[in-house]
Design a protein around this ligand. Structure first.
Ligand code: GTP
Ligand code: MG
Length: 195
């Protein structure tokens, strides 16, 4: 898909109702600071439309980006951010869980993990939630520019093991710096959209 228009259409806080969207949704989940907003910018060919930050916890809402009036990218709040209170973490968890459970048009979930770090129990829980709600998340290993080429295969194997992914689950290395992996990710989005 050629992106010609993007519009941050809906921003959902803890108390807002999830929008009853009519177009299909593709969601991006992952720990705080993993690079969700950076990936969304790369996919939209925008430098900084989705707000990014070195400080974890930037995206604290569920943001719905209308792409070409054809589908939505859904930027989920990052989980596992230590500096917010446990109550806040719980509320975000509920918000993400509620979205996965209730969206009628969510078709694809990308779960982002940092290629340098072994997925932790929060990542595993997120993966399991997705499976629970009938999604088979595609894994994106972000910040691949930070590791040596020779390390990649092993790191990807570790990610698969730690998450306990279903056999055949793709793990796509991605870099927001070089944009490597972007076309592969778009192929999966195109499949949803064209299906
Ligand atoms: P929250 O909104 O807090 O959940 O974070 P996020 O997952 O949206 O992360 P964001 O895109 O804001 O990126 C966090 C930091 O990582 C920023 O400083 C980005 O510039 C950096 N970053 C993201 N992707 C990459 C990447 O592929 N390579 C490198 N080197 N840095 C990246
Ligand atoms: Mg963000």
């Amino acid at each position: 898909m050629q992106v010609t228009s993007v519009n941050l259409e809906t921003v959902c806080g803890i108390t807002s109702k999830i929008p009853d969207n009519k177009m299909l949704e593709v969601a991006f989940a992952g720990r705080s600071n993993v690079g969700k907003s950076s990936l969304i910018n790369a996919l939209m060919n925008r430098k900084s439309y989705a707000r990014t930050s070195q400080q974890p916890g930037k995206t604290q809402t569920i943001n719905f980006y209308n792409i070409n009036e054809q589908l939505y990218f859904v930027d989920l709040p990052g989980y596992g951010y230590a500096k917010v209170s446990p109550e806040m973490v719980k509320k975000w968890g509920k918000m993400i869980d509620g979205y996965l459970e209730n969206s009628k048009v969510l078709r694809l979930v990308f779960l982002l993990v940092d290629i340098r770090h072994k997925p932790n129990k929060n990542d595993k829980q997120m993966y399991d939630w997705c499976i629970n709600y009938g999604f088979n998340p595609i894994i994106i290993a972000t910040k691949e520019d930070k590791v040596k080429r020779s390390q990649k295969a092993n790191l990807i194997k570790e990610i698969k093991n730690a998450l306990g992914v279903i056999e055949g689950t793709p793990v796509i290395p991605f870099s927001a710096v070089s944009k490597s992996g972007r076309d592969d990710i778009w192929e999966y989005i195109d499949m949803v959209y064209e299906a």
